[in-house]
Ligand binder design. Sequence first.
Ligand code: DGL
Length: 278
Amino acid sequence: MIITVLHTTKGVVQLGSNAPIGVFDSGMGGISVVRQIHKDMPNEDIIFFGDSANAPYGTRPASEVEELSFSAADHLIAKGAKAIVIACNTATSAGAGDMRHTYDIPVIGMEPAVKVARDRSGGSPQNILVLATELTLKGQKFADLIAQVRGNSTIHTQPCPDLVTIVESGQLNDRTRVQDAISGYLAPFDVEALDSIVLGCTHFVFYRSYFEEMLPGHVAVIDGNPGTSHHLGTVLREFGIQSDRPESYTGAVTLENSRKDKVTGLLAESLLHGDILG
Ligand code: DGL
């Protein structure tokens, strides 16, 4: 594993405020985060690296996910990224959050937005279902999060590995395949009794419209992308490295992937532009 260390905060200054934001994920899921960042901060350039050749991360041992995550971050830093967004709950849970101790540029991780779900109705107990990867759900980080936020609320969990592979294999528009997978994952739960469902994996954000269609109208569908993008904006300002380009400038979004075939490139582009669900 090669770790690029930027030794001083001067390195951040040298990279400049108009350097790109580096975003990575195990695969295509992080493109949902890129969309949110591009919408919220249109004058920022973004480089995204999807590690589809090694996806899914969610069924791998944490040590492997951590190693793959450092390689992805090294790659983005070598391209001049001024900040790293770990657009993957699984990688963050597996220890990539520790990148903060390794790199001198800001590192933003993600975790399932359970706090957002709990705080929806001013402190009354909530019945919440968290969908994420197996690795996220069994990690210490998630256990700590639940212990911290549960209070009087009830929190159910469900790993949904097929929802990662469906996106990676370009089957998101196969309604029967998707609806069967979602129905299977929701079957153990009384969905009428739920207040909200948390999409705790960035791949799952592409299924928002399916969930909204399949769940009773009162069940809120929550994801962590707006909060992550908002936090990124705050951190960029704190470091003084937000873009100083005019609002009218449209930032470049560059999509890279460890799977080099043409179909992967086209799939990534269509997910970015919302040509398929998302
Ligand atoms: N997109 C990733 C997340 O947010 C995980 C998908 C995978 O299993 O590779 O957790």
